[in-house]
Design a protein around this ligand. Sequence first.
Ligand code: NAD
Ligand code: ZN
Ligand code: ZN
Length: 348
Amino acid sequence: MKALRLKDWGQEPELTDLDRPVPGPGEVLVRVEAAGLCHSDLHVLDAAPGALPYRPPFTLGHEIAGRVAALGPGADGGPRPGERVVVYGPWGCGSCTRCAAGQDNHCDRRDTLGWHGAGLGRDGGMAEYILVPAARHLVPIGDLPADQAAPLSDAGLTSYHAVAGVRQALGEGSTAVVLGVGGLGHLAVQILRATTPSRVLAVDLRPEALALATRSGAHQSIPMDADTAAALRKATGGVGVDAVLDFAGAQPTLDLATEVLRPGGELAIVGSGGGQLTVRKPGFLPPGVRLSLPFWGTRQELTEVIALARSGALRVETEQLPLPSAPDAVDRLRRGRIRGRAVLVMPT
Ligand code: NAD
Ligand code: ZN
Ligand code: ZN
């Protein structure tokens, strides 16, 4: 089978021929239908040797939808062969209390595993088949199209988890700001609209991302420039915003968040853009601000995101490409030329 592999740190990913894996005890073989390309894949490709605990080579791809192809011995009790599924990607140790509760994203043994999940140190879904270590990582999707389902397993799930973490600040009359309207951000806008009564403001550098934010339901889409803080203050009648979800995590977006948050507000830093925040008391953040660093989400939240999408409340804007076009998609994502999510679609 074909697979897009990171062979060593600092190298561009390479389309490689591999043997189709055979599921061992407890494992499930999934025939991949679609795999999303996440900005985190760029962080992996750009990482210096030793910066991440992974050991290449491995197959990229952590947003995966497909069809169960074969069950290893003892892997029954979950989806049956032929059933369509998404893969819950943050594979933990499987035995700590977090993993047992479906919170592999907070696995207690995370630092000792050598991976963060599918396509992140373990062979992922940018391939014709993926070997999933346990049936508990599979969530049925019914007839949801694969290009929709795959991005929901990270872009959708992470956004949903981030919104859940700030929900207490998002009652009637509240304002939420989404910074960065790419693969994750455009789903965060939709999730905020579908699950909170907040007024949703979106900010991005790119005009096409602002148009995407408006299509996704943002009440106002505001360009990122020297006037953004003033525009956000004006939009909140001068009081500041109740929650900032930062999908860039860059210095300018963290600085903006610091400037526009309301006392008692929530700041969720989702993006890994390398910005830094100084936290001290008294300091730059308004009193009562709560900070979260969401990572992916729980298995239960993934079932909720899939249900939300199946109800018609979420629509992922995708650009579909065949697997051999992955290097081109990587290049365009780097240059900010992808609208929504690039999804690699496998031949069926
Ligand atoms: P993306 O490239 O699709 O979207 C990023 C968006 O942010 C783009 O529209 C870009 O124009 C905008 N942006 C960048 N810098 C900006 C700035 N200074 N001001 C305003 N807008 C800016 O990326 P994505 O796949 O949505 O991922 C977003 C970030 O989230 C990445 O850093 C990724 O690694 C991270 N991520 C984190 C998790 C997690 O679990 N915490 C999960 C997935 C992705
Ligand atoms: Zn990701
Ligand atoms: Zn664990």
